[in-house]
Write a protein that binds this ligand. Structure first.
Ligand SMILES: Cc1cc2nc3c(=O)[nH]c(=O)nc-3n(C[C@H](O)[C@H](O)[C@H](O)COP(=O)(O)OP(=O)(O)OC[C@H]3O[C@@H](n4cnc5c(N)ncnc54)[C@H](O)[C@@H]3O)c2cc1C
Length: 392
């Protein structure tokens, strides 16, 4: 090895040792060099080659994050923030070693402003955790990438999901952030107001910055009312072109569709085989989810069916009860979906049964009047899809 390279390696090793010792004095045994924990933090859900960090730090507060960043900055040791490690693009791989800064223990939901429909959360909170917390208040957080990821990670990757067609991506649902910068300063961006023209829109700068500009330690999120009625439908087409044309026509008709997901014949074949779906053929298929009042949802469904049939849909199966809406979830019916989160086939998720509608914020008699009537049993494709893709 050339002498210069050797010197650099020795200096780097010294810096890392100093950081490890000092970080231990900051967070105790939450700073670890355990081999299996380092291996866990060496990659995301991507096919890139792994690269092991020198240490993993499990931060629990914004001040700890800030102190760890300042420490690494002082010694020029790289830091890679780590949420749940579900990103698919090699984001979390510490290619130059250093510290993997794990935020998954920062899971406090700091406050919920029900009338204003917003909340503040720490970055390790997951969509599922937040929606479980919110459901009694008739609110939900809609951005659903279909993985068990953290909201901090979603911000850093500008995540979206099938609901984005109606509710937007994470970008449209973040009102403000607290961010720890590399030198240990904590800054706030944005706020709870829906509009501000005071200064640069720094919130949007951090959204999608992949952990390179700072570490997000708190997020103010926009929330939405749980719709009174949710319906799901599956339309099957003889050709892929028919399915694609239908999507274009549905969007151009201005139907406020909540989700649309397209699976081609090969994906359908795999999904049917894997999830033992009944009532669906291995044909190009569109899955829809519609949100709104019972009347609006029924109207939307009729228009969507009319459009689908006009582009050759051979079948249009709809289900309007709470369980059935799980149909339009992420292709949780496909082998690539996080199977462990799916309801077993034929079993309705208790979460979908007990979703309060926004009407639950009104007197209970009103709520009863506006709730959709119990529907006939849902088809098997509806029942076996993931329930975690639903708002609550
Ligand atoms: C089955 C599956 C389906 C998916 N479907 C979609 C989809 O439909 N749409 C979509 O957008 N994505 C999708 N994804 C990708 C993935 O879930 C997202 O990238 C997710 O948003 C990352 O969150 P995470 O908590 O896992 O972050 P990680 O993977 O841990 O980190 C991702 C990046 O964010 C940085 N980071 C993490 N936390 C913070 C923080 N607090 N502050 C600053 N930077 C941070 C990391 O350094 C890294 O650069 C899918 C993934 C899987 C496995």
């Amino acid at each position: 090895m050339p002498e210069d390279g050797l010197k650099t390696d020795i200096m780097r090793a010294r810096s890392v040792d100093l950081v490890i010792a000092e970080a231990r004095s900051l967070i105790g045994d939450r700073l670890t060099t355990n081999e299996s924990l380092r291996a866990q933090h060496s990659h995301g859900e991507d096919p890139q080659p792994p690269s092991t960090p020198d240490a993993v730090a499990f931060a629990e507060t914004a001040d700890e994050v800030a102190a760890l960043l300042a420490l690494c900055n002082r010694h020029s040791v790289p830091v890679v923030p780590f949420g749940a490690g579900t990103s698919l693009e090699g984001h979390v791989t510490p290619v130059r070693g250093g510290l993997s800064l794990d935020l998954s223990r920062m899971t406090r939901i700091l406050d919920v402003h029900q009338p204003d429909m917003d909340c503040r959360v720490e970055p390790g909170v997951t969509r599922q955790l937040l929606n479980t917390h919110l459901r009694d208040q008739g609110l939900f957080f809609p951005v659903d990438p279909g993985s068990e990821c953290t909201i901090g990670g979603m911000c850093a990757t500008r995540a979206s999901g099938t609901n984005a067609v109606r509710y937007g991506t994470i970008r449209e649902n973040v009102l403000g952030l607290t961010v720890a910068l590399a030198d240990g300063r904590l800054i706030r961006t944005g706020g709870r107001v829906r509009k501000s023209s005071t200064g640069y829109d720094l919130t949007r700068l951090f959204i999608g910055s992949e952990g390179t500009l700072g570490v997000i330690t708190e997020i103010t999120l926009r929330l939405h009312g749980i719709p009174e009625a949710i319906a799901a439908a599956a339309a099957q087409f003889p050709t892929l072109a028919g399915a694609v044309e239908s999507v274009i026509a549905v969007m151009q008709a201005g139907i406020p569709i909540a989700r649309i997901e397209l699976l081609d014949d090969v994906q359908m074949q795999a999904s049917i085989a894997y999830s033992k779906l009944e009532g669906l053929a291995p044909l190009p298929t569109l899955f829809f989810e519609l949100h709104g009042t019972p009347t609006a949802v029924a109207e939307q469904q009729a228009t969507v069916e009319e459009i689908a049939r006009s582009f050759g849909a051979e079948s249009f199966a709809a289900a309007a009860d709470a369980e059935a809406r799980a149909i339009s979830g992420k292709p949780a019916t496909t082998p690539t979906g996080p199977r462990s989160r799916s309801s077993p086939a034929g079993a309705a998720s208790p979460r979908t049964r007990s979703c309060p509608s926004p009407a639950s914020r009104k007197p209970s008699s009103a709520s009863r009047k506006t709730s959709p009537p119990p529907a006939s049993p849902a088809p098997s494709w509806a029942m076996s899809a993931t329930a975690t893709s639903t708002p609550c």
